[in-house]
Design a protein around this ligand. Sequence first.
Ligand SMILES: *Cc1c(COP(=O)(O)O)cnc(C)c1O
Length: 397
Amino acid sequence: MTKSNFIKDEFTQYPDHFQEETVIVHGGITPDPTNGAIMTPIHLTSNYHMERIGEDKGYDYSRTGNPTRSVLQKHLAQLEHGNYCTTLATGMAAATAVAHLFKPGDHLIVSEDCYGGVFRLFKEVMQPLGIEVSFIDLRDLDTVRDTISDNTRLIWAESPTNPLLRLVDIAALAGIAVENDIHVLVDNTFASPILQKPLDLGAHIVLHSLTKYINGHSDVLGGALITRDADLAERIDYVTNALGIGSSPFDSWLILRGSKTLKVRYLEQQASAIKVADFLAGHARVERVIYPGLASHPDHKLARLQQAGPGAMIGFEVKGGKAGALATVENVKLITLAESLGCVATLIEVPAFQSHASMTPEARAQAGINDGLVRLSIGLENAEDIIQDLSQAFSSI
Ligand SMILES: *Cc1c(COP(=O)(O)O)cnc(C)c1O
């Protein structure tokens, strides 16, 4: 393992002793030992002084390790109840690092409605390099069992998925993986550690796009991989350094700053999302609402068991299909027409033409993402103002 990234002993005790709110503010963060600064400094240096060759203070080169990045890594490991964390330049850099743990001939099972960029990475970049990939519906556990073969190494799950908010039973999937001696990765970007901690449910790796809820302010990109498995951690750390895709000191600092308000932001956004979903479900212009908090959602029961809440993402279809969807997103005034999610501001988009344009039309059809689907990421505005804006957008279609 590259020596500068993380020290296991410093990770382990914390989460058992403190409640989540406390870990979010303090986990892995201590005043700077050299000057007492209570907020982590940004260590803008690419290299580090050595007294003698081989004698450094834990760091030699910032691609390999940086003190600001180390604090973020410790912090996120505690938040997800892991022992190790590697932070990377983007969520896709995190996916790229995982993809490079495998060799040609290895087989991966990937959720068919995974994030569009993840689909593209495996379909267009990794498959041509000889990695075998099956895209399937992970809710069908019999199909999962049937798809596993001798060369299968990993199941890549997202729960809830983007953008259809489908859930998978993470514990059941982890059980199947353990029986077959393979690993499960859960992309926990949508739920965030506030709703679920996949490692507690038996997953082996948690992936985050820190760009979304954890940073929360739409002003930085970042990714993280968290695990309890020392061997996986070492391999992840090795490829991250080898590929040169770790997170920068400034990005690490911004994410650390944003992350400390994760819980208050997430719960407030979720409270508003519940109101907005109810409004949409009762509106004559709306054909269908996809929200795990509604009893009409196919995975509503699992959501109640597996998650601490329904989250702050909503999908919906308006009457009139594609034309209706485009008119809605172009008519909003307060809500911002933009990709991405988890921002302090409410964002709206049409996945088929934005976040999921990187999937082929056939793959979108297979996954059930139609052209009329609209995705909402509820922000921190007043819920009634969000509802008013949607209402006026519908009335001017
Ligand atoms: C955005 C996103 C990613 C990719 O993260 P980037 O930071 O944009 O590279 C991966 N998974 C999910 C679920 C996402 O929403």
